[in-house]
Write a protein that binds this ligand. Sequence first.
Ligand code: SF4
Ligand code: SF4
Length: 240
Amino acid sequence: MKKFECDCCGECCKKFQPNLSEFSELISDLNGPEYYYNVREIAGLPLFEWEVKELNNESKKLGISLEIKPDKIVIDLLSNKKIVYSWKLLQEPCPFLKNNKCLVYDKRPLICKGYPLSIKIDEVTDALSADKDVSCKCAFWPKDDPIINFYKYLYEVYDNCFIAAIKMKQIEKNYLDIFILLEKLGKIKLMKYEKQQPAFEKSSKYQDINVKELFCEHSITVDIENIADKYAKDIIECMC
Ligand code: SF4
Ligand code: SF4
């Protein structure tokens, strides 16, 4: 089996993809068509909370200034707070790219570790589907149809990229599951999505809160990264 090998062209660090559309990233609570969360249609490098912290630390050491903005939010109408659970680094090319090398390679975010793969998790069945970014010229994709051992193929070809891409998506799903659970428990009240009035347009009057602060307020002690790690390991074990 031919394996994917990054040829370090650096292209994926020079230009980032925008979120496709607000609607493409919505979720419902399975009880009905009630959609809660909102993304901005901006291009940038998606980052989780701890990745923002880590890149900020690295940038200070390297004397690089970063422009990072909230990217994905839900609005809690009980506390009048905007819960930010994903951010974007907006500079293109990435300020950590130097001579086509990543200055923070060991600490690069999951999106970079997973590239060129992106994974989707079906809300209802939890089934995975995957896609590759067409701008990576080195990446290849199965031509056989139907592909029986699709995940196995992806793991064999993309190896750690596949694991990172699964983890990334699972972390996001875990966040959203917790938001929905908190709403069911009456701890928060999520603003519903309205196509005419995207949440970001209305969100400026709400105070920002990050997921760590939200978890603290509600005494939630789950380790989202560990859960995602375990999920990725379980998938790999199932395939072996
Ligand atoms: S575009 Fe593909 S080949 Fe080029 S650096 Fe990114 S992952 Fe590697
Ligand atoms: S953090 Fe590193 S790998 Fe990720 S986009 Fe920036 S330079 Fe590329």
